[in-house]
Design a protein around this ligand. Structure first.
Ligand SMILES: O=C([S-])c1cc(C(=O)S)c[n+]([C@@H]2O[C@H](COP(=O)(O)O)[C@@H](O)[C@H]2O)c1
Ligand code: NI
Length: 438
């Protein structure tokens, strides 16, 4: 597989909670997320993860529910995705409410509407948590982007910016949760579509602001994020959503051809005419380069083995291939202490690594495996079925520059030879000739 690439399709805008929901739906671990959030030692909220139907589409819903003494900045002042006026689907039982269990060595932090914290305070909360180094980096970068945009909007320095709305509990949770999920999914590359934004005005703490709100406009300008203004009345892109995009985006455009490995849908909280959904996809670039080559990555496992029976080595090879290795090979080698031995080589995708390592350790005598990721160039190919006088046969068709090569599949040739008692070469050439004429 190529780099693990996330594509965020923001055709209904983006907010912090939509991002977290989409990443959870994509497979980020709820347990890792909850453990990470608990380690912030911020009190006064519960997390609800469930399903929500948006325009008949089932999506994941991530909600930060503030305790009575907490106060959501969105509850009573203005309307956007945090308003709880969307339709909940009680038909899908996937609701999880977790109370935060605090480690008593830490003093829980209570944040409410009237706490004014600056970037330094927020960074300290993040630094003192147990979330991964990468998640900390992403979360702090996102907050820094929000701070710069707010400072510009209000004519202050970033040290002077005090996070009230943006620093309240749900913003901390949304930003840190998005960072934890991204890291948990092992995302290496992020492509983001243009951000679809609404129009008109919204009411917030500052009064009535134009959409895009100043913080969003500043982030889009500073980070060259393309906006597309729709006729939707309201705010589709929040400062938190725009800041997450600015912090994680690594590429502007989608590859020409890609394969979708997984899809995650994150629900917005408002109802619009179009489905208020953030769609996240794990994709693989399968664009064919000039000359018709494809570049991708594979893992290579190697072990030098000098004390294992040929039977065990053969058994291991069969099992490795059966369990998804792309190729397995033995190379005769001459090892330390004058030992004739074999080097086992395995080529595989990243997701097969642990399974294949387990097979090698279980069925051979090796006590160590070398492994490295390698880049690969392959020719674009397709497998075609051709009709022969002896029945159908499969042929691999590869092209390189202007040349096309036809390679009959071994299993097809073998089948015909055995069934009709023919010699290998003549059947191979016959299938190749028929494919070429087609
Ligand atoms: O709290 C502040 S300073 C604030 C600034 C701005 C500016 O554009 S300046 C906008 N808002 C609005 O508050 C909510 C919360 O957004 P989140 O990103 O925290 O979800 C949203 O409607 C913003 O437009 C607040
Ligand atoms: Ni502001």
């Amino acid at each position: 597989m190529n780099k693990k690439t996330l594509y965020l399709e923001c055709y209904s805008g983006i907010s912090g909670d939509m991002t977290v929901a989409a990443l959870l739906d994509l497979g980020a671990s709820q347990d890792v997320l909850m453990a990470g959030l608990n380690s912030l030692h911020v009190e006064g909220y519960k997390i609800k993860i469930g399903r929500r139907i948006k325009s008949s589409i089932d999506a994941c819903d991530f909600d930060v529910i503030l305790d009575q003494n907490g106060h959501s900045h969105m509850d009573d002042e203005h309307s956007h995705d945090h308003n709880h006026n969307g339709e909940h689907d009680h038909g899908h039982e996937y609701t999880h409410i977790q109370n935060h269990d605090h480690d008593h060595n830490h003093t829980p932090i209570q944040l409410g509407q009237h706490d004014h914290r600056n970037l330094y305070d927020i960074n300290t909360i993040i630094d003192n948590s147990d979330i991964s180094k990468k998640a900390k980096e992403i979360a702090k970068k996102t907050f820094h982007i929000v701070a710069v945009a707010e400072a510009k909007a209000h004519g202050k320095s970033i040290e002077e910016v005090h996070f009230h709305e943006v620093g309240a509990i749900d913003s901390i949770v949304d930003i840190v949760a998005a960072a934890i999920c991204l890291d948990n999914l092992g995302i290496e590359e992020v492509i983001v579509s243009e951000l679809y934004e609404g129009t008109g005005h919204i009411k917030c703490q500052h009064g009535i602001l134009p959409v895009p709100v100043p913080a969003v406009a500043n982030i889009a300008a500073e980070h060259h994020i393309p906006l597309h203004i729709t006729s939707v009345k309201g705010e589709l892109v929040t400062p938190t959503g725009a800041a997450i995009v600015a912090a994680i985006r690594t590429k502007d455009s989608l590859p020409k051809d890609f394969r979708i490995h997984r899809i995650g849908l994150g629900a917005g909280k408002r109802e619009y005419e179009q489905a208020s959904i953030l769609r996240a996809m794990l994709i693989e670039d399968i664009t064919v380069n000039s000359g018709n080559t494809i570049n991708d990555k594979v893992w290579v496992l190697e072990a030098n083995i000098d004390d294992c029976s040929g039977e065990a080595l053969s058994f291991t090879m069969d099992l490795l291939l059966e369990k998804g290795a792309k190729d397995v090979y033995y190379t005769p080698i001459y090892m330390k202490k004058n030992r004739p031995a074999y080097m086992l080589g395995v080529i595989c995708d990243e997701e097969k690594l642990s399974l294949l390592e387990e097979i090698i350790f279980t069925h051979t005598t090796t006590i160590g495996i070398r492994k490295h990721e390698d880049t690969r160039t392959t020719l674009g190919r397709e497998v075609r079925k051709v009709a022969t006088p002896y029945g159908d046969a499969l042929v691999k068709v590869c092209t390189y520059n202007q040349n096309t090569f036809y390679y009959p599949e071994y299993e097809s040739v073998k089948k015909i030879c055995l069934e009709y008692n023919k010699d290998y070469n003549s059947i191979y050439q016959l299938i190749q000739k028929i494919a070429l004429e087609l």
